[in-house]
Design a protein around this ligand. Structure first.
Ligand code: C2E
Ligand code: MG
Ligand code: MG
Length: 378
């Protein structure tokens, strides 16, 4: 056995499962149980190489594949894995160039409050690759995170989004997604302060969306980051709530300003009573904790009606507005009227309507509100 890198080991042996199993057991460190895991790439000699260099390279490629498949897996080297790794390297190379040339852009998706007013926009990165066309952020963001490219990219995104938002009417907020790597490996606080000064954006209009994994993997660092942001007046939003670990303890420990319920729950709400109960419970619990709640991925008027009944504070989804270039955000036209138009349209549901549309009973809160575009749904 040899240690070849910080967390990389090479073991020459027959059989592997027992090794994976034995490493799954928690390790006691002081008062705590530490959970460790291992991803294994296996290369066979002479099948996958006859020199040490070749065997190691094949093992490395298989390990890379195992890591991507999730923790605790072992993969045997296959020749087609080479193509995979090569195409990933090419994409990384192209992304590096695109960042240097500032070729990525931002689209903005509206966040609508329960009175039908646009409260702000979420900035979402877009990459139009010269030959591949639009590459999804679900592909290039993880690649940027793994390669460290998210640091320069995140800096560009922050500056561009703040510059754009500084031109909007003062009531509108801008939400920017932040990766854990940015908090861990760059002076994000300094960057944010400098960007706010440079662009003149009021810090109260800036929201940073972070994920559960960031809070869990690095709780102390994340907590002090949140405190520094609050001192500046910047809000912290927990994105994709309900996926990942969903530990409730950090809802208590971390003073988030808002949580966003993941699209997967909203998607199932209309047909699945348990998804509806989960959404209602998350909203109820959040309000008791004085947290605002956004529902993401609203695609049908049915979902919107259910969320309004539940008292959801803010809504986002294709039904209310797709992500669009900044140039399509029209400050001169009344935005809430645009949204109101969409909301009053009865033909927005992408799905077949159930036999009986659930009545969108007015809640006490809604009844007390002035007539709004959203009410016209019920
Ligand atoms: P997210 O932050 O949860 O963003 C919401 C995603 O859901 C966006 O996908 C948006 O286009 C999509 N979406 C919004 N409404 C609907 C809907 O009604 N239906 C469906 N099917 N989808 C909807 P997108 O732009 O592909 O981004 C995916 C993820 O990539 C984001 O999830 C975020 O985690 C990450 N990402 C995007 N831009 C950035 C960025 O600038 N920085 C970082 N760190 N991550 C980013
Ligand atoms: Mg987000
Ligand atoms: Mg999300």
């Amino acid at each position: 056995m040899a240690r070849v890198g910080g967390d990389e080991f090479i073991i020459v042996q027959n059989g592997i499962q027992s090794l994976i199993d034995s490493l799954k057991a928690p390790v006691r460190i002081g008062e705590n149980d530490a959970l460790i895991g291992v991803s294994v790439g296996i290369a066979l000699c002479p099948r996958d190489g006859t020199t040490a260099t070749e065997v190691l390279k094949s093992g490395d490629i298989a390990m890379y594949r195992a890591k991507r498949a999730g923790k605790g897996q072992a993969f045997l080297y296959q020749p087609d894995m080479d193509t995979d790794v090569r195409s990933r390297c090419e994409l990384e190379h192209d992304l590096r160039l695109a960042i240097e040339r500032e070729e990525l852009s931002l689209h903005y998706q509206p966040l609508v409050d329960s009175s039908g007013r646009i409260a702000g926009y979420e900035a979402l990165a877009r990459w139009n690759h010269p030959t591949r066309g639009m590459v999804s952020p679900a592909i290039f963001i993880p690649l940027a995170e793994e390669s460290g490219l998210i640091i320069p990219l995140g800096k560009q995104i922050l500056l561009s989004a703040c510059q754009t938002a500084a031109q909007w009417p003062a009531g509108l907020t801008v939400a920017i997604n932040i990766s854990a790597v940015q908090v861990e490996r760059s002076d994000l606080t300094g960057q944010i302060k400098a960007t706010l000064e440079e662009t003149g954006l009021d810090p109260h209009r800036l929201e940073l969306e972070v994920t559960e994994s960031m809070m869990i993997e690095n709780t102390d660092e994340a907590l002090s980051f949140v405190a520094r942001m609050h001192a500046l007046g910047v809000k912290i939003v927990l994105d994709d709530f309900g996926t990942g670990y969903s530990s409730l303890s950090y809802l208590q420990r971390v003073p988030f300003d808002k949580i966003k319920i993941d699209r997967s729950f909203i998607d199932r709400m209309a047909d699945d009573a348990s998804a509806r109960t989960i959404v209602e419970s998350i909203i109820g619990m959040s309000h008791r904790l004085h947290l605002r709640v956004t529902a993401e991925g609203i695609e049908t008027s049915e979902q919107l009606a259910l969320l309004l009944q539940t008292g959801c504070d803010e809504m986002q989804g294709f039904l209310l507005g797709r992500p669009m270039p900044a140039t399509q955000i029209r400050a001169d036209s009344p935005l809430s009227a645009q949204i109101g138009h969409l909301l009053t349209s009865r033909h927005t549901s992408a799905r077949p309507q159930p036999e009986q549309t659930p009545p969108a009973a007015e809640t006490e809160r809604q009844r007390n509100k002035p007539a709004s575009a959203l009410r016209s749904l019920s």
